[in-house]
Design a binder for this molecule. Structure first.
Ligand SMILES: Nc1ncnc2c1ncn2[C@@H]1O[C@H](COP(=O)(O)OP(=O)(O)OP(=O)(O)O)[C@@H](O)[C@H]1O
Ligand SMILES: [Mg+2]
Length: 240
């Protein structure tokens, strides 16, 4: 029997103009930081923005935003609370920051449940902070979310890029719109990522340098907005 929730999900995004998953084949490359900064930068441009933290086992966006104890409104579904001007949904609203250990099928089930119950307002952008890797969450999102686009984050390392390349090939084969590859935490400027990205046919979106002020900004979005990472991202989004 088919899962009735699957029929509900596409309609939940009817009022959302663009849905951008910030993703990577690799962990620790700055997906969460980029997702939050991107959401804030778009908000600053006057856009109506949602942020969805889909990293159920290790959510980070609430830490970057410095928020806790938010309570979604429930009425024929869940309306995400608004914080820092962002319509914000995270498993943390329900898990009180305790570990949420989920095996494959359960993780999929949790994603389906969250997507089925969440009622997004009319948004210009929904930014999704994805868990690391090319696992179930990535495949579920491709399968379930209409019009989803991927912004792929890597570091300059070949180790990061090897897994990113696999993600790019997957997205290309599945015909999923891909905004491009964002190189983050660059310590020196090499052409490696740009050259390799172009070989896959994907767009190289730009480079964000290592920025020592990012760490101190965690929990303080106003400080995050003063970082070079944020300013660089502001420049990059004008071309998204
Ligand atoms: N441009 C940057 N300069 C300096 N530090 C950065 C930069 N981008 C991200 N970081 C730092 O790198 C670390 C990893 O970032 P983040 O948690 O956003 O990565 P992630 O890809 O979401 O990780 P995970 O795969 O675990 O979800 C964090 O400590 C973050 O503050
Ligand atoms: Mg993360």
């Amino acid at each position: 029997m088919s899962d009735p929730r699957l029929a509900i999900i596409p309609g939940r995004f009817d009022k959302v103009k663009r849905i951008i998953a910030v993703s990577s084949g690799k962990g620790g490359v700055g997906k969460s930081m980029v997702a939050v900064a991107l959401a804030l930068a778009l908000r600053d441009k006057g856009r109506v923005v949602g942020l969805l933290d889909l990293d159920f086992t290790s959510p980070s966006t609430h830490v970057i935003l410095g928020v806790e104890g938010l309570v979604p409104h429930e009425e024929r579904g869940i309306t995400p609370p608004v914080t820092h001007g962002l319509h914000y949904m995270s498993i943390v609203h329900y898990s009180t920051d305790e570990p949420v250990p989920l095996r494959g099928a359960d993780a999929s089930n949790a994603i389906i449940e969250l997507l089925a119950i969440t009622r997004w307002e009319a948004l210009d952008y929904l930014i999704i902070d994805m868990p690391p890797g090319i696992g179930d969450a990535t495949l579920d999102m491709i399968r379930l979310i209409p019009r989803i686009e991927f912004l792929v984050v890597t570091t300059p390392s070949r180790l990061a890029y090897e897994s990113v390349r696999k993600l790019l090939v997957l997205l290309r084969d599945q015909k999923v719109p891909t905004i491009g590859v964002l190189e983050n935490i660059a310590m020196e400027h090499t052409e490696y990522i740009e050259a390799e990205t172009r070989k896959t046919g994907a767009r190289y979106v730009g480079r964000i340098d290592f920025d020592a002020s990012v760490e101190a900004s965690i929990g303080h979005p106003k400080e995050l907005e003063k970082t070079k990472l944020f300013k660089r991202l502001q420049a990059i989004i004008s071309s998204l």
